[in-house]
Ligand binder design. Sequence first.
Ligand SMILES: Nc1ncnc2c1ncn2[C@@H]1O[C@H](COP(=O)(O)OP(=O)(O)OP(=O)(O)O)[C@@H](O)[C@H]1O
Length: 454
Amino acid sequence: MSLAENWSQCLADFRDQFDDKVIFDSFIADLTAQDIINDELLATTPYAFNVGMIEDYVPLLEKTYNSLFDANLTIKVMSEADYKKGYAGKKQKKEEEKPSLDDHLNPDFTFDNFVVGNSNRIAQNASLAVAMKPGAAYSPLFIYSNSGLGKTHLLNAIGNFVKKRDKEGVKRILYTSTENFVNDYVSSIAHNMIDEFNERYRSIDVLLIDDIQFIASKTQSSEMFFNIFNSLQNENKQIVITSDKPPKDLKGIENRLISRFTNGLTVSIDTPEFETSKAILKKKLEIEKVDYPIKEDVLDFMASHFNRDIRELEGSLKRLLFYKLVFGQNIEVIDLEFALQAFEDDYKEEKVRKVDLSVDKIKKTVADYYNLTVAQINSKSRTSNVIVARHIAMYLVRNLLNDMSYIQIGKEFGGRDHSTVMKACDKVEKNIKKDKNYKQAVEDLRKKLSKSHS
Ligand SMILES: Nc1ncnc2c1ncn2[C@@H]1O[C@H](COP(=O)(O)OP(=O)(O)OP(=O)(O)O)[C@@H](O)[C@H]1O
């Protein structure tokens, strides 16, 4: 039933219960229901002086209406003239203020198909917390990692989760790459539509912005982003940002923006360890609905050879499935022999890159260089030259061995925590920048290692 039909039924019911029919016919019968805004039913009378007369009867009108239609509204009576001046315009304006917004979410990236392991657990937990309570858990959430490790996936998963829970469809969610943000801004300047641009971004409830490093050196876009960021933060809206490096290492971005980035929570994603890589492969096979068996040692091989990032892992799987389609029509089970043919070229390259150089070789070379033993490198010793050598060895392992994960490196160096390894690598990078002799030592070691396995 429409509001008008409800209202006329309400008035009819009210009249039946009301003793003084003259008062009803003089003041109340003319009331028209105009609209319901935020649980308030707006009713108008053609004559302004009637408003005061009617107010005494409003509680009874409310009771009648709410019990007839099982509602919980309050009724506000005003003159038609006041309604036209104030409310009618306001509602129209409100609708105009919020033009529809395409969220640009990729529906394939969800929490359900994001495999969780040690390398990404913290980032996944923080993202889920944000998705469950946008604006309340951590804002901004800043996620950083090397390429292909799941940042875009998590951003979209947050958006898709919020969208799914938002049954009334009122939450304004936007996923955008920083590049698109900048293009959008430039085009709004070109078309003289800066106000629209501003309104669009400031009306967002959940802003998911990918690869913020690309805003570096784009002064005007940075300024605009800074203002939008502040406006959303002030209104407790949710912002999630990704980047290829932690906020403090972002170059060409103003300090005031970087300090805003660190106001919420910063989390990183590491290179996947063997178990996570293998679980991801299994998940992808499930999603692809692959209906022929693939032997475990094939997955083991892939998880340990194509694990620099997940895009590489996915690529290797696509390659295997394609190879099976073209050359393996009659093969029922994919075994390692068959798989190695598919990976022949990549594998050769891997071999050159990886096999000859090992963690042990790096430890030994560094230990010799500093007149130490490998046992000292692995030990808990806090003697300064041992610490220097240990940090450099960790750094070289991280850089030369196919981006081995911090977790794996920690295990290789006497069971240390991944954050210790991260700090060590950071420290080495800083020292290389500020100390010429130190830089020389790292370079010498690099050369020795490249000679030893060429
Ligand atoms: N934990 C995971 N479980 C399942 N798939 C994953 C996981 N992490 C990443 N992926 C997949 O790996 C691919 C690359 O991930 P994504 O694009 O999110 O990486 P990224 O960190 O944003 O990379 P870039 O920095 O290059 O933009 C995607 O197809 C994504 O679905």
